[in-house]
Design a protein around this ligand. Structure first.
Ligand SMILES: NC(=O)c1ccc[n+]([C@@H]2O[C@H](COP(=O)([O-])OP(=O)(O)OC[C@H]3O[C@@H](n4cnc5c(N)ncnc54)[C@H](OP(=O)(O)O)[C@@H]3O)[C@@H](O)[C@H]2O)c1
Length: 255
């Protein structure tokens, strides 16, 4: 029987793939289970190797440590990756600067921290991907955004603005890359259980934790909920979807 989520033999580059990430690791696990050949990207080689060891058929996947804040170097680095092991069918940008920055802490350094990795690298990865010989026919890009980019959150103006920018980047690039049949989409999760969520819960007073829980009508999500949506957008199941933002939020933005 045909499986529209099948990714057998497709080569996918995943950023933020370190074993101690919440969503990145689960994206890698899910794509590998669906048959993809992954290139795992992050700064720490040992954390990428730890992910690789957890995947279906570890030897099918490669680790490529790279600091994505070195934005201008991204296209040439991707070209080299494609020349050595073949073109990419997919790209998932999950690496992100995350956190809270209240207005009195906002400055140029903070601005650059959030925007270089979350937006600048997203653009340069797309620029790298669309080069001749780097993308395979039917290539797809998925950015991991956040509901913070769709709805206001106190103390998160920088993070939220960087994730909102991804919505816009995906819309414009969807048009610009459509003639090459490259699709560009965003997934926007709300709170997903894992280390980041636990840190967030520990920072908040009890009544704010209760309000946060209540703002997720279906409860909090799991990394797998996001990973499966990423797979859906990358695989043939997403072949007519581009320029969209798919919220995965247990009803958070429905209110
Ligand atoms: N967790 C949630 O509840 C939640 C909710 C909504 C949206 N999101 C979004 O989901 C995505 C994944 O979240 P997560 O919690 O799994 O992320 P995470 O645990 O913070 O992992 C981010 C990864 O990015 C890598 N990274 C950071 N800076 C980098 C750089 N300069 N170059 C290359 N890699 C870099 C880190 O690995 P190295 O340190 O090895 O580089 C790290 O493994 C993010 O885009 C986040 O905004 C998360």
């Amino acid at each position: 029987m045909r499986n529209p989520l099948d990714l057998t033999g497709r080569r996918v580059l995943v950023t933020g793939a370190s074993a101690d990430s919440d969503i990145g690791l689960e994206v890698c696990r899910t794509l590998a289970e669906l048959g993809a050949r992954l290139v795992l990207v992050g700064r720490r080689t040992e954390a990428l190797e730890a992910t690789r060891a957890l995947l279906t058929e570890p030897t099918r996947h490669e680790c490529a440590s790279f600091d994505l804040t070195d934005m201008d170097a991204i296209p040439a680095w991707m070209k080299k990756q494609a020349e050595s092991s073949g073109p990419f069918h997919g790209l998932v940008h999950s690496a992100s600067e995350q956190g809270y920055t209240v207005l009195r802490q906002v400055n140029r350094v903070q601005f650059e921290r959030y925007f270089t990795l979350n937006v600048g690298a997203a653009l340069m990865l797309a620029r790298g991907f669309q080069q001749k010989g780097v993308f395979a026919d039917g290539g797809a890009i998925v950015y991991v955004g956040s509901v913070a980019g769709l709805k206001g959150q106190k103390g998160r103006a920088l993070y939220a603005a960087s994730k909102a920018a991804l919505v816009s980047v995906a819309q414009s690039l969807a048009l610009e890359l459509a003639d090459r049949r490259i699709r560009v989409n965003v997934v926007a999760p709300a709170v997903v259980l894992g280390a980041k969520a636990r840190k967030q819960f520990a920072m908040l007073p009890a009544e704010q934790n209760a309000a946060l829980a209540a703002s997720h009508p279906l409860g909090y999500g799991m990394p797998q909920d996001v990973a499966e949506a990423v797979a859906y957008l990358l695989a043939d199941s997403g072949r007519w979807i581009t320029g969209t933002t798919l919220t995965i939020d247990g009803g958070f933005t429905a209110q």
